[in-house]
Design a protein around this ligand. Structure first.
Ligand SMILES: Cc1cc2nc3c(=O)[nH]c(=O)nc-3n(C[C@H](O)[C@H](O)[C@H](O)COP(=O)(O)OP(=O)(O)OC[C@H]3O[C@@H](n4cnc5c(N)ncnc54)[C@H](O)[C@@H]3O)c2cc1C
Length: 499
């Protein structure tokens, strides 16, 4: 087996595949190393719903990706989501902290990255089931600026990436993790890898690290995110244990971003400790904007309607973790049951209770019935009149209640009542290493480390406190593509590969 390559990409999620494709457009010998066995290929990217945050002035901008008919196009209402809108969202949800330069590249390049992925064989679709509701005029209206998704969700995305890599002759070695960086005179010249053949040195013109965050390592979670995070459930791959990050930190790389922050959501309380390759993202419970959420004491603790789900879900997992027992219940009634995401709320084994009164529901889930009845009565009394419309921020809210519900507040008064038990599921960590515009990894003095590039979850500086839904795949694509291209250019120069 060869041990010398033009570019070595470490990891095999979306960011790594984008890096490998971009490198392969420029050089011949591209190797991908994946720590997980073949049956766990694809990292967190495999677990995704494939939701991809891109920009568009209207449906016409997306149609070249989708190949939909005129009739289908006429049945869709899609408010524009421009570069300016994405820029504003990045500032807004990260409380102004997102790195300006990286954020700007993300918002400017994401649409082109989606088109580039299509040209590599990634197929796109509109996410009807997860991101649209029917309007009174019978059209599907997309809310929350996230209509675009990959065909076959994360599973399809990874299958299409693998097929593209095979077509172009990229070599993929599974069950082969990087355990160290090889350095010569300050330059990164390869990795030490451990796999079925033992430990070996793999050398190359440049290395791209795309090994994900540290969300699957309980010790690192407790160290960086804080007490209690070690017991959070992991939504995705158990293989993102942070050693890629650690390897780079040991090599003097600059840590960057929100190291005590992460993306974490409401996740089925009965879910296994880490991701389930069959149920994938279906253990998520994300329809809370049309219901209310209470803790074990029967009290509400978040504004369920503060914004569309796409702008609140990633921070509400942390709120659940801070509740007694790190559990909560999402409550719905007959008025809203049909609006729940079917794939999530009808998943096999879902932690659900149903009753004809709030008191009975409370008893079924172990909450003091008197407290829950009072919470619901107070909530119902605080709901203001006005039309309810889940396709827009309808301003139908509560008054005089803490916390308020700012949109989509309907009284919970139509049996049967439903309760879904949720806990905190961590998705990925925000802290990482610092890169420049070319996705070159910087040292503690801010200088690029020759031969070392990075993309995806392990890059810090983009997300703080919160995250706009669909930006994880988008970020991996934009910076994976950049990292692969720059790594290949570096390799060409270093190895004097003719153009
Ligand atoms: C359930 C779920 C649903 C999600 N849904 C969405 C969504 O719809 N849209 C969206 O934008 N984001 C979503 N996300 C977030 C998204 O998955 C990530 O932001 C994105 O996929 C990260 O891509 P990545 O390539 O950086 O990491 P990953 O896809 O996690 O890939 C990292 C890879 O590196 C490998 N690795 C780790 N250490 C080593 C090592 N030492 N050597 C070699 N390989 C190593 C891992 O095994 C893994 O395969 C979701 C996440 C989860 C868990």
């Amino acid at each position: 087996m060869p041990t010398f390559f033009d570019v070595i990409v470490v990891g095999a999620g979306n960011a790594a595949f984008c890096a490998a494709h971009a490198a392969r457009e420029r050089v011949e010998r591209v190797l991908m190393l994946e720590k997980a066995p073949r049956e766990w290929l694809g990292g967190n990217s495999y677990f995704t719903a494939g939701a991809f945050r891109s920009t568009y002035r209207g449906l016409d901008d997306l149609r070249p990706l989708l190949g939909i008919t005129d009739d289908e196009a006429a049945s869709v209402e899609l408010p524009p989501y421009t570069v300016d809108d994405f820029r504003t969202d990045m500032r807004r949800v990260t409380e102004g902290r997102a790195d300006r330069e990286l954020s700007e590249l993300l918002v400017i390049e994401v649409a082109d990255a989606a088109a580039w992925m299509r040209d590599r064989g990634i197929r796109w679709k509109l996410q009807y089931e997860r991101q649209s509701f029917e309007t009174p005029h019978g059209k599907r209206r997309f809310w929350g600026n996230l209509p675009l998704g990959t065909h076959g969700e994360g599973v399809g995305l990874i299958e299409q990436h693998v097929a593209a890599a095979e077509r172009s002759g990229i070599e993929l070695r599974c069950q082969t993790g990087a355990v160290g960086l090889l350095r010569e005179g300050g330059r990164v010249v390869g990795v030490v890898a451990e796999g079925p053949r033992g430990r070996e040195e793999l050398r190359g013109g440049a290395v791209v690290m795309a090994t994900g965050g540290f969300e699957a390592d309980p010790r690192m979670r407790a160290m960086y995110l804080g007490p209690g995070w070690d017991v959070a459930k992991v939504r995705g791959t158990p293989y993102n244990t942070g050693e890629g990050l650690q390897m780079m930190l040991d090599a003097g790389v600059q840590p960057y971003g929100h190291w005590s922050g992460c993306h974490a959501i409401a996740w089925d309380a009965g879910a296994p400790p880490s991701g389930d390759r069959e149920l994938l993202h279906r253990l998520s419970k994300q329809s809370y904007p049309v219901g209310i959420v209470v803790n074990r004491d029967g009290r509400r603790f978040v504004d369920e309607g503060a914004d569309f789900r796409n702008y609140t879900y990633a921070k509400y997992g942390g709120e659940i973790l801070r509740q007694p027992g790190a559990v909560a219940w999402q409550l719905y009634d007959a008025q809203t049951a049909s609006l729940l995401r079917q794939d999530e709320y009808e998943a096999p084994g879902v932690s659900k209770a149903e009753a004809s009164t709030i008191g009975e529901l409370a008893r079924a889930v172990g909450i003091d019935p008197r407290v829950l009845e009072r919470t619901v009565e107070e909530f119902n009394a605080a709901v203001q009149p006005g039309p309810f419309d889940p396709t827009i921020k309808d301003g139908k809210r509560t008054v005089g209640l803490t916390p308020p519900k700012s949109n989509w507040a309907l009284p919970l008064d139509s049996p049967p009542f439903l309760a879904f038990a949720v806990t905190c599921g961590i998705t990925f960590t925000f802290g990482g290493v610092r890169i420049d515009r070319q996705a070159r990894v910087l040292d503690r003095a801010g200088r690029p480390i020759p031969g070392l590039h990075a993309a995806g979850e392990l890059v810090g500086g983009l997300f703080y406190h919160n995250y706009p839904g669909g930006a994880g795949l988008a970020r991996g694509s934009v910076f994976g593509r950049r990292a692969g291209a720059t790594a290949a250019e570096h390799a060409r120069e270093r190895l004097a590969i003719p153009r």
